[in-house]
Ligand binder design. Sequence first.
Ligand code: S3P
Length: 167
Amino acid sequence: MKNIYIIGFMGSGKSSVGQKISERWNYHFTDTDTIIEKKYNKTIPAIFSQEGEGKFRTYESDALRSVPNENCVISTGGGIVVNKKNIESMAQTGLIVFLDTSFNVIDARLRSDVSRPLWNQNRTKQKQLYKVRETIYRSCAQLTVNTDYKTMDEVASEILGSIQSIE
Ligand code: S3P
């Protein structure tokens, strides 16, 4: 069976939802940020501050390439779509699912978060990033699920129901 790639903005619940889908379908679960942190034995903020975003993006593309080509649910970092080749590779090996979460809900969830360097910026930059990313997520996803005010279980069920009707 094809992979399932979960994409979406920081704080949209990609890891929790991905994990739930993998448990219910008995798929492997992996997360590109976790692959990077384990491989380099560093946190994401440490990689950003010591090596810069460019290097992180290289690590991220490598992490994506390292996952199996089938039977896997992969939760991706919010910026995976910045590199077009990553989008192509996800589209070739699986179904791309966008967790669509409004800016206000993200903002409430990430208010005290300090682990995401690209969120720890001023409000104007946060909104700009959200807008730019949202356009890309929408354009490359085969399935979009709104997550506002839903539990992670509800989102996972919705995705699984939609996938079954696609296949
Ligand atoms: C990023 C999102 C983060 C992480 C890094 C960069 C982004 O992952 O990969 O901080 O560019 O949106 P989450 O989406 O899991 O927070």
